[in-house]
Design a protein around this ligand. Structure first.
Ligand SMILES: Cc1ncc(COP(=O)(O)O)c(C=O)c1O
Length: 383
């Protein structure tokens, strides 16, 4: 048995992915078993699959506060982001322009680098040392004709929450479509999207206890979406290809559960995070939280541990069963320091000395106490 396997697992990496809930697994098994039909088949097996699909779409719509007609299922949050950015530049004038922040997830910023090579102008807005976008900078950036503004709702590394309502309003007042990457917001923030000036939203189901490999786009108006894939008439042709029914059904179940228990879940995650953070800050002199601690998503803390190499500490903790990370899962294998932490003013050494802990409804106070003891001991050993 490897060292990792001899310890009970304490999972604090829920911004990377969450464990599917038992009810979600049960639903997924149904459509992997007797309800295996293809929703495009006209016979009864297909008819039942169509019902599963419609039911899941309704639950996701309920969580977002929109109609089922506003939702397009995709293979991931990444595809959802790519689809919106691609659509808005394809459908645009000869010279396209997109405004984003400098702390977007790679599914936004790498797509923008690709579009830039193909002639799209990209303006990158800086965030301040707390992680916030300056709204005056945004207004100034909209002086030139712009096809899309895309700003994440919640940062995946620091948990900082942007003032999306104001950002969306500014875009609307300037006649510019607004997209928000909400992979880390959906299921952790309470909102009704139809009451906001948001034109597009992307989400990733595996961030709220559904399976991996499924996501969705909310679009106020499907007429502005141009497909990236071509084939059948699934998702009305906006996203052809036989649907990932197990993933979609799992997402629907997870959305239904989260809609019902959102308030208690958020409260629980806040309590767990706060217990963890206060113990670490008390026991490790010089440790501090990166980014704003006020407008921050309930489950995330990103802590700078002083003069250690966080990557080494992560591996030592892994050996004792504690799972956490340094940056986003999509950039974990890059050797450079986190660009998000650099963007809020950390030096390379400070970024390398930082670690992200992201909690879920399944984490307990006992786990926190046990993990803090292990973290502090390993931190001291490392120093
Ligand atoms: C902020 C953000 N956007 C987009 C994504 C991409 O989602 P997916 O993993 O489903 O492609 C993630 C996932 O890590 C994320 O945290």
């Amino acid at each position: 048995m490897s060292k990792q396997n001899s310890h009970k697992e304490i999972y604090f990496d829920n911004n990377a992915t969450t464990k599917p809930l038992p009810e979600v697994r049960e639903e997924v098994c149904k459509v992997l078993g007797e309800e295996f039909g293809n929703p495009s088949s006209i016979h009864s097996t297909g008819e039942r699959a169509r019902k599963y699909l419609a039911n899941a779409r309704q639950h996701l719509a309920d969580l977002l506060g929109c109609g089922p007609e506003n939702i397009i299922f995709t293979s991931s949050g990444t595809e959802a982001n790519n689809l919106v950015l691609y659509s808005c530049t394809l459908g645009a004038r000869e010279k396209s322009r997109i405004v984003i922040s400098n702390v977007e997830h790679s599914s936004i910023n790498k797509m923008c680098s690709f579009l830039e090579i193909h002639g799209v102008e990209i303006e990158y807005l800086k965030v301040d040392s707390s992680g916030f976008l300056n709204l005056e900078d945004l207004e100034k950036a909209l002086k030139k004709e712009t096809d899309l503004v895309s700003i994440q709702w919640v940062n995946n590394e620091t948990g900082v929450i942007q003032d999306i309502e104001s950002i969306a309003r500014i875009c609307k007042d300037n006649g510019v479509p607004f997209h928000t990457d909400s992979a880390q917001a959906v299921g952790k923030l309470e909102f009704k999207i139809t009451g906001m000036d948001i034109d597009y939203l992307a989400l990733a189901a595996h961030k709220f206890h559904a399976p991996q490999g499924i996501g969705a786009v909310y679009t106020r108006d499907k007429l502005t979406i141009h497909p990236v894939l071509f084939g059948g008439f699934q998702e009305e042709g906006f996203r052809p290809g036989t649907e990932n029914l197990p993933g979609i059904v799992g997402m629907g179940k997870a959305a239904e559960i989260r809609k019902e228990n959102l308030k208690q879940t958020v409260k629980h995650m806040c309590e767990v995070r706060s217990r963890f953070e206060s113990m670490i800050l008390e026991k490790i002199p010089g440790a501090r939280v990166n980014g704003s601690t006020e407008k921050r998503i309930c489950n995330t803390t990103n802590i700078m541990f002083g003069d250690i190499d966080g990557r080494k500490l992560i591996m030592m903790l892994d050996g004792e069963g504690i799972r956490c990370s340094q940056s986003s899962a999509c950039t974990n294998f890059e050797t450079s320091p986190s660009f998000v932490l650099k963007a809020i003013g950390l030096s390379d050494d400070e970024a390398y000395a930082s670690m992200r802990f992201s909690f879920s409804e399944e984490n307990t106070a006992d786990e926190i106490d046990e993990a803090v003891e292990i973290i502090v001991r390993n931190y001291k050993d490392l120093r």
